[in-house]
Write a protein that binds this ligand. Structure first.
Ligand code: ATP
Ligand code: MG
Length: 415
């Protein structure tokens, strides 16, 4: 779990702000849900035999003996909230969220135990049009951020429940003949969650999979049509994509469309954004059948990508504008007043005052170290004349004394 330090927060805020502005353009509204939920919610949604539920959740009993879990992802909470507040009955929803998620994973670059996601969930739209819109929207975000050359889109269809059932049987039948060649995890999954075997990293299992039946041959007409329309819409929107038949995702609720945006410039943890359709989940959690689709992006990985490719605007590094130094009888009180007027007449001005006294020489050293562009010096003469002395800290322009009123009205030229 990481501290996000002042040197990093501007990049985080930049990303969050760009995403928020984009979502607003698409009429997507923000939702905020609690960080803890009933353990049962995640078991029922993500699936009992997924990595997340089997070994990654932070689960504890509260003082009432209820089992609670720090949320490992956002979708289940959003569905729970929508149901609880009757937001899905006879209406559609387009929602976004941002915040920390928790998974007890093996820590490595790009994989943390507290990480942050920005996600979108849409309810009540059955067609591939919304799937396409969400994907096009994420593509526009990469364009806005200057990352579109660094990422590629992979898509796949996991079919309707009926297609999945048919494919699962075929895959299980095929793999059962090679039990002695499967890795331990895959062998276990053969009974519980055979589709997940498709994205194993084990070389021997991968070799067995080469000849395995392929999902696309088991898609029913509904699934095939949904996928073809999605591909058509992406093509006409100019979003390049690759069909990856091994893309299965680690959460059980997905069906039909699944997608991932991946980069090969971050090492092993290359998925920066992932999502898909989950038409069965609302009903599974006790609601009426409701078509749904969403995605989540990994903030840490995106920030890393922005840094790696120099995509952070230089204005993010904008430093302090003014450092106010004050010394002598009445100077500190006048300096308070100057700082206050300065901040209210120029809202973008970043101003700090010298605190803790010290000689003017010491204060000027602090001013230099602060990174400020200007120092405002206030001594007894300035107090008496209600004036300020402006020093240029980064150029050798001569200093200038002027009345406070004059200084404030000329501020625009300094900023
Ligand atoms: P991965 O294949 O990388 O484990 P996942 O399938 O577990 O991803 P999702 O639950 O779909 O991931 O989460 C969406 C995105 O959130 C991921 O693509 C990734 O960018 C980010 N993410 C997931 N887990 C972590 C983590 N432990 N640390 C940092 N980012 C993460
Ligand atoms: Mg994972």
């Amino acid at each position: 779990m990481n501290d996000i330090l002042p040197s990093q927060t501007p990049a985080w805020r930049y990303l969050e702000e760009q995403a928020r502005q984009l979502f607003e353009q698409y009429g997507i509204e923000e939702i905020r849900t609690p960080i803890v939920e009933s353990t049962d919610l995640f078991k029922r949604s993500i699936g009992e035999v997924t990595d997340i539920v089997e070994k990654e959740m932070y689960t504890f009993e509260d003082r009432n003996g209820d089992s609670l879990t720090l949320r490992p992802e956002g979708t289940a909470s959003v569905v729970r909230a929508c149901e609880e507040h009757g937001m899905l009955y006879n209406q559609t929803q387009r929602l976004w969220y941002a915040g920390p998620m928790f998974r007890h994973e093996r820590p490595q670059k790009g994989r943390y135990r507290q990480f942050h996601q920005i996600g979108v969930e849409c309810f009540g739209f059955p067609g591939p049009d919304i799937d396409a819109e969400l994907i096009v929207m994420t593509f526009r975000l990469w364009q806005k951020l200057g990352l579109d050359q660094q990422v590629t889109l992979q898509i796949n269809s996991l079919g309707t429940a009926a297609s999945r059932q048919a494919y699962r049987s075929a895959l299980t039948a095929y793999l059962s003949d090679f039990k002695d060649q499967l890795d331990e995890d895959s062998l276990r999954r053969l009974e519980t969650n055979p589709l997940r075997i498709l994205d194993t990293k084990d070389p021997k299992t991968r070799a067995v999979l080469k000849e395995a039946p392929v999902f696309s041959e088991y898609l029913d007409d509904v699934s095939r049509q949904h996928f073809d329309e999605l591909c058509g819409l992406l093509t006409s929107s100019g979003v390049p994509f690759e069909v990856n038949p091994a893309l299965v995702r680690g959460l059980d609720y997905y069906g039909l469309t699944v997608f991932e945006w991946v980069t090969d410039t971050l090492g092993a943890q290359g998925t920066i954004c992932a999502g898909g359709r989950y038409d069965g989940l609302v009903e599974q959690l006790g609601g009426k059948p409701t078509p749904a689709v969403g995605f989540a992006m990994g903030v840490e990985r995106l920030v890393l990508l922005l840094e790696t490719h120099g995509c952070l605007p230089s204005s993010l590094l904008d430093r302090l504008d003014f450092f106010i130094a004050a010394s002598g009888e009445g100077a500190q009180a006048f300096a308070f007043d100057v700082a206050c007027q300065l901040r209210s007449s120029q809202h973008s001005a970043k101003v700090i005052m010298n605190f803790g006294g010290g000689s003017l020489k010491t204060q000027m050293k602090r001013a230099d170290k602060s990174g400020a562009t200007y120092a405002l010096v206030i001594g007894e003469a300035e107090v008496a004349a209600r004036s300020v002395t402006l020093k240029y800290l980064r150029t050798d322009k001569p200093q200038k004394s002027q009345s406070l009123t004059e200084f404030l009205s000329g501020l625009g030229r300094l900023m």
